[in-house]
Every structure is written in C-alpha cells, then in structure tokens.
Write a new protein. Structure first.
Length: 254
C-alpha cells in the first residue's frame, strides 16, 4: 500500500473526473492520501474531501504565495479546524522566494505564526520552501526545531541540507522530480536520506513522474517514484512502499 502525503485533489484539474478517480484509489493500492491546503479555499476543500472519503485526511495551512489573505480571524478558523479528527497536519506553510508573491517579511511573519499554531495544536508541519533554503531552515530551527515533527515537501535543496533536517527530526518528501533525467541533486538526496526518513508525495496535479512529465499527476503514478527510489537504494519496491507507509503513519496518524 502507498501513502500519498501531499496531494491537491481540490484543484480544478480534477473537476472533470474527481470522484471517479478517487473511487479507484484503494483498488490501485493507494491506501491513504493527505489533501493539503494551499489557499484558504483549499483549506476548506481539504476538509470536505476528508469528510467525504474515509482514506483522505486533511492538512490546514496557507502557502507563502497566499499569506496576504491571512488575518487573526482566519488563523482562529484554521486553529479550530486543526482540532477536527481528520486534520493531521498544518500545511503547506513556508517561504517561496521564487514566485515572490508576498514580501519576505510578510512570508516570515505568517510562516512563524503557522508554526506556532502547529505547536499549539500538537500537529506536524508540511513545509514548502523554494529558493529560500537558508531562511526556511533558520526559522524552523528557531521557531519549531522538530517540536511536533514534519516533512520538507518537494525537497529541492542539497543532500547536506536534507541531512540537517533529518537531524532536527524531520522527514523528507520525495515525488515525481526524482524520476527526471536531469534531477541529479534529488537523486543524491534520495541516496543520502535513510529510507526511514522518506515520505512519498505527488503534489498532484503538478510534478508528474517520467515518462508523464508535464501531464496531470495523480497518486496512481506513485509506483514510478517508488521504483526510482528502490533502484537508488538497491532495495525491492515493496520495501520502499512499506517503510514509507509506516513513516507516514508514525508522523501523521499517531
Ligand atoms: Ni503542494
């Protein structure tokens, strides 16, 4: 069984066939999915998907591109959602200096506030970091330091940075990028991080693995990621599935 720890099934890319697709997951070996909030609408939609499907769980959090929509009332609302049974994480939260939609100061302010919310709610965090590796690490070390654990989603920094996060008690999320031909660093990361610290994720509808690169992604394509990690680690695909499933259970379901 596969645990997809990061999906966005509320995305409009799934509007034509969302229910049909989700109803086929269990038969295809996808045991659990976390639907991750990015915008405030995404936070709400993640709750609705978790209410509708037994195997879907929700994360509540606002992506750095959308923190301009946050205020104290919205934080209160998210904090209440964190208390619901199927809310298993705060995310995705972090810093994005690539798209740079909001000022760095505003991004840092709401990242810190959402890290504090996770601590208060005793939930792990799902971290988004793009072109902001050092600032993300410094803030997490200062504000969170592995208090409730978490995952660095779609990890894109160096293998050395991955090991620093592992030392702090975090997991590293690996998805379709590891299958790309030119993804040398991601393959190094997969080799350097112990299997006991790796989580599988799609970030669907984005980041479909090769040979589907550029097309719509879904949890059904995760076996391609499993195969690539298995090859890098020199273990059987079944072992990658089982160990990463147990990792996700330990982080999100305990
Ligand atoms: Ni995402």
């Amino acid at each position: 069984m596969i645990f997809d720890t990061h999906a966005h099934y509320d995305d409009e890319a799934f509007d034509p066939d969302r229910d049909e697709l989700l109803l086929g997951m269990e038969a295809a070996g996808i045991g659990r999915i976390i639907n991750v909030g990015a915008s405030l609408d995404g936070v709400q939609a993640s709750q609705e998907l978790a209410d509708k499907y037994l195997f879907i769980f929700a994360a509540a959090g606002v992506h750095p591109d959308h923190v301009g929509d946050l205020n104290d009332d919205k934080m209160q609302w998210m904090y209440r959602l964190c208390g619901r049974e199927k809310t298993v994480a705060v995310g995705e939260i972090g810093l994005d200096y690539y798209w740079d939609k909001e000022s760095h100061e505003l991004q840092k302010k709401w990242f810190a506030a959402q890290l504090a919310m996770a601590k208060e709610a005793d939930l792990p965090v799902i971290i988004h970091s793009r072109d902001a590796a050092q600032d993300t690490f410094d803030l997490m070390k200062k504000e969170h330091a592995g208090t409730t654990g978490g995952v660095i989603h779609c990890f894109s920094a160096s293998a050395q940075m991955a090991q620093e996060y592992v030392k702090l008690g975090y997991y590293i999320g690996i998805g379709g990028v590891v299958t790309f031909k030119n993804a040398r660093v991601m393959k190094e990361v997969a080799a350097a991080v112990p299997l006991e610290r790796i989580l599988l994720e799609t970030d669907c509808p984005y980041l479909a693995p090769a040979p589907h690169r550029g097309k719509r992604n879904s949890s059904l394509l995760l076996p391609l990621v499993v195969a690539q990690i298995a090859q890098i680690k020199g273990v059987a695909p079944e072992e990658v599935e089982q160990v990463t499933y147990e990792n996700a259970e330990r982080l999100f379901m305990d």
